[in-house]
Design a protein around this ligand. Structure first.
Ligand code: ZN
Length: 327
């Protein structure tokens, strides 16, 4: 994902050409969203998968120019799709839906979240953890789907220590080789060079406290009974999806196969940050087909909170169907 604070100024598309009425409505909707409720809303959502209890824990928001997440969309069509969805046309907001699962006496966090690595609206994970009565030291295992900053950012405390002091951290081996063991060539990213440097540095800085003792996995491996990783390569060299399963129940976590259901599912535009776009597209189709055929509940890491729904196969592709809120 792509929206470091340093990029926020440089990457936002200019709004000078926008119609006055639309600029005004964007500004007012933004103000409304920000002021919405002075007390705020909860950032956690409980569910269960068979015998496994699970909680979506929000780490907040990131975002950026819509073009980054829909790299091959015709400009006018992209704007129209956003407008019809009552979304701003100059910035697409993405959520950070980490998932805590509790199984066999262990607490396992799936994705660490962004922290402040990609802008000031991330980093809510710890307050949401506290809201369900847990501290960082209560986490036994952290598994990341890939090592982009918005998935590893919270591994490091502000003073450089381990944010989850007791946790064993699992990361995909191919990502570790590409981003951390080597100097990654990020020229495929449709962003300025200084953004790429910031991005690579944020990854190395975030994982530095956990480098000693890191557990590297191959996508496809079972991490613990009830948690299997699935290869979902292309976005990064090693990206995995997660399948949480217990009895007949399953929950599929699609990581960054899609950033926002509107532009990557309902419209099948390609995320700009996909390193190998053909491989990523093949992964997306294979996993979306499986999700649709098996009617799997799906959690999208970047989808509107809590990010849970199902994938519907349509005549032309797929459609995202959000799940009803469960009390
Ligand atoms: Zn991401």
């Amino acid at each position: 994902m792509l929206t470091a604070a340093s990029a926020a100024a440089g990457l936002i598309l200019p709004t000078g050409g926008m119609a006055v009425a639309q600029a005004a409505s964007t500004a007012s909707s933004t103000a409304q969203a920000q002021s919405g409720n002075a007390e705020g809303n909860v950032g956690y959502y409980r569910l269960s998968v068979g015998d496994i209890s699970a909680t979506v824990l929000s780490d907040g928001l990131i975002g950026g120019p819509p073009r980054i997440y829909a790299s091959n969309a015709p400009e006018a069509e992209l704007e129209e799709v956003l407008r019809q969805a009552f979304l701003p046309t100059d910035r697409l907001t993405l959520n950070l839906n980490t998932l805590l699962i509790e199984t066999n006496g262990r607490r396992i966090l799936l994705e660490a979240g962004a922290g402040q690595t990609m802008g000031p609206q991330g980093g809510r994970l710890f307050e949401n953890l506290a809201a369900i009565g847990l501290r960082p030291e209560d986490i036994d295992v952290v598994v990341v789907s890939h090592t982009h900053p918005d998935h590893v950012g919270n591994l490091r405390t502000t003073d450089g220590g381990k944010a989850f002091p007791r946790a064993t951290v699992f990361a995909p081996r191919a990502d570790w080789d590409f981003f951390i063991r080597n100097d990654p060539d990020l020229s495929y990213m449709p962003v300025p060079e200084d953004f790429r440097r910031h991005f690579a540095a944020a990854i190395r800085r975030s994982v530095e406290p956990v480098t000693h003792g890191i557990e590297l996995y191959e996508a496809g491996a079972e991490i613990v009974p009830g948690l299997t990783t699935l290869p979902a390569l292309g976005h990064t060299p090693g990206m995995a999806n997660f399948l949480v399963h217990s009895g007949n129940d399953q929950l599929l976590l699609t990581a960054d196969l899609a950033y926002h259901p509107l532009v990557n599912i309902d419209h099948a535009w390609l995320p700009g940050p996909d390193r190998d776009k053909d491989t990523a597209l093949a992964s997306r189709r294979r996993i979306f087909d499986m999700a649709a055929a098996d009617r799997l509940p799906v959690l999208g890491f970047h989808f509107p909170f809590p990010g849970i729904g199902r994938m519907l196969k349509t005549d032309t592709g797929y459609a995202w169907v959000p799940a009803n809120w469960q009390f």
